[in-house]
Design a protein around this ligand. Structure first.
Ligand SMILES: *[C@@H]1O[C@H](CO)[C@@H](O)[C@H](O)[C@H]1NC(C)=O
Ligand SMILES: *[C@@H]1O[C@H](CO)[C@@H](O)[C@H](O)[C@H]1NC(C)=O
Ligand SMILES: *[C@@H]1O[C@H](CO)[C@@H](O)[C@H](O)[C@H]1NC(C)=O
Ligand SMILES: *[C@@H]1O[C@H](CO)[C@@H](O)[C@H](O)[C@H]1NC(C)=O
Length: 233
């Protein structure tokens, strides 16, 4: 009887271990997929390679990864999918934190602006010369064509375009960047609902305020439901 009881006692620990392993494995898998989309690794003498070493990043496959502090998971800051026989690009979401993306030396015909929606950190993109910069050339500080590649540098903040009338967040909301050519309107404090017309505190924030991580998730979910994404023009 005692041994059986012992066996039962082991189970929760094992279960947690297995769950942890599964979580770890799936986390690693999803994290790595885009980095393994193409063969080879980021080379030292490439734009992404140089950027990675100057940013103290770690190269894994075609990605440059870094964590900003020890509690944060590593995230992609550079992605080099150049010379990879890509004919279309429709999902780069895993790399939405990237600062630099290289898609040169591929026979891509066009790329939807939507691919880069939400890429607020993106500062530098390299494309085949005949592909326009994401969001068009008004979304970038600088645009260059050299040696068959197009370089898009310095993502502009769509909320801060002098002379553009189109940016009209509803009253009681704030404009924020949301990737090249995109901006988002999020309700100002104390406002919520469609067009941020309703006034009132978020009860959830008050109730869950001191609970830590789960609060953040709830707040973010709430916040996501409160905002609208708008593309100008
Ligand atoms: C690339 O740089 C890393 C770190 O500086 C170095 O360890 C590695 O040997 C270099 N690889 C090549 C091919 O130069
Ligand atoms: C592109 O990849 C091919 C085959 O993997 C290689 O032979 C070629 O040198 C690469 N080109 C460049 C510019 O890296
Ligand atoms: C943007 O593109 C348009 C059309 O291709 C061109 O006429 C214009 O000069 C470009 N503007 C800049 C700043 O490169
Ligand atoms: C808006 O753009 C101007 C000129 O490009 C810049 O000097 C200013 O700091 C920007 N403001 C914000 C809030 O980004």
């Amino acid at each position: 009887m005692k041994m059986k009881a012992g066996g039962y006692q082991l189970k929760p620990a094992l279960l947690i271990l297995i769950l942890n392993l599964c979580f770890y494995a799936s986390y690693q898998l999803t994290e790595l997929q885009i980095c393994k989309l193409c063969t080879g690794t980021v080379l030292n003498n490439t734009e992404v390679g140089q950027f990675c070493s100057s940013s103290a990043g770690r190269i894994e496959g075609r990605c440059c990864l870094r964590n900003d502090n020890t509690s944060d998971p590593e995230h992609i800051i550079g992605l080099d999918l150049s010379n990879c026989s890509l004919t279309h690009v429709d999902d780069l979401q895993e790399a939405s934190t990237a600062v630099m993306i290289d898609l040169s030396l591929n026979s891509i015909v066009n790329i939807s602006d939507l691919v880069f929606q939400g890429f607020i950190e993106l500062h530098y993109v390299i494309l085949p010369a005949d592909i326009v910069c994401p969001g068009g050339n008004t979304s970038w500080e600088k645009e260059d064509v050299k040696k068959g590649n197009r370089f898009c540098e310095g993502q502009k903040n769509m909320c801060n375009q002098t002379g553009q009338l189109s940016i009209n967040c509803p009253e009681n909301s704030l404009c924020g960047p949301y990737g090249p050519g995109f901006f988002e309107c999020s309700c100002a404090d104390n406002y919520r609902g469609y067009k941020c017309l309703r006034e009132g505190e978020f009860p959830f924030l008050q109730v869950f305020g001191p609970l830590g991580a789960s609060t953040v998730v709830i707040s973010v979910l709430l916040w996501v439901t409160q905002r609208r994404k708008v593309k100008p023009l």
